[in-house]
Design a protein around this ligand. Structure first.
Ligand SMILES: Nc1ncnc2c1ncn2[C@@H]1O[C@H](COP(=O)(O)OP(=O)(O)O)[C@@H](O)[C@H]1O
Ligand SMILES: [Mg+2]
Length: 222
């Protein structure tokens, strides 16, 4: 498998009793596939995405991404691994409000000169359908446009894996569908593996695997 989780367990130490948010999660994603995590609020979707994305650490178990074991990396190595291999999209877009669309995307290319960033950023803006919007600030854009900026930011370094935590939850259904179509189109074009969490039925049409979560477990895989 291109990406796999091995017996992931996550325990949160709350004030009263320890809470097991994930138990024995074993999932495998094949290269260039689109995959969905579904399940009620509180079932563990975000926790699992954050562990696969090396934003959070499993209490037990491991994640292997294209042969690399996350457990064996220290925090500097994990930060580098994230930058080089992973893209993230969030429900609330997480753009930086004082930066323009162009600057939010260019931020991902922190290691390039300002001049070298121009072409790839403008190309990415065009690809996500935002030509002409480079100078707009997040509060001057619709939710759908902001999510397009966040997709451009996530994908500009051509990650191996795109993790998307309920990316259409704050969008109306027409805009949500456009965002899903865009992600499906990018998945085809650039061979990027995608893992979503969602309540959106339409994600199921474009997904090759759908994992249903309940109380921190995968109860169904189709
Ligand atoms: N930092 C935390 N400390 C304690 N419990 C948490 C923390 N984060 C999440 N949880 C709990 O873990 C469970 C799974 O949460 P989450 O992964 O956010 O679910 P989902 O994304 O499916 O809504 C929930 O019961 C939630 O309250
Ligand atoms: Mg969540």
């Amino acid at each position: 498998m291109f990406i796999e989780t091995q017996n992931i367990k996550k325990i949160y130490n709350t004030k009263t009793v320890p809470f097991e948010a994930l138990s024995n999660i074993n999932i495998g994603l094949s290269k260039s596939s689109i995959n969905a995590l579904i399940g009620a609020s509180g079932s563990g979707k975000t926790t699992l995405l954050n562990i696969i994305g090396a934003l959070d650490e499993a209490t037990e178990g491991n994640v292997i991404i294209d042969g690399e074991s996350l457990k064996d990396k220290n925090s500097d190595e994990l930060a580098k691994f994230r930058r080089d291999n992973l893209g993230f999209i969030f429900q609330s877009y997480n753009l930086i409000p004082v930066l323009t669309a162009y600057e939010n995307i260019a931020l991902a290319l922190f290691d390039m000169s300002e001049n070298d960033k121009k072409e790839p950023v403008m190309k990415m803006l065009e690809m996500v359908g935002l030509e002409g919007k480079e100078k707009s600030y997040p509060n001057e854009m619709s939710g759908g446009q902001q999510q397009r900026v966040s997709i451009a930011r996530a994908l500009i370094k051509k990650p191996k894996l795109l993790l998307a935590d309920e990316p259409t939850a704050n969008l109306d259904s027409v805009t949500g569908k456009q965002i899903l179509d865009l992600i499906a189109q990018i998945n085809k074009k650039d061979d990027i593996t995608v893992l979503f969490s969602t309540h959106d039925e339409r994600v199921m049409d474009i997904s090759s695997k759908i994992f249903t979560m309940e109380d921190g477990k995968i109860i169904k895989e189709v």
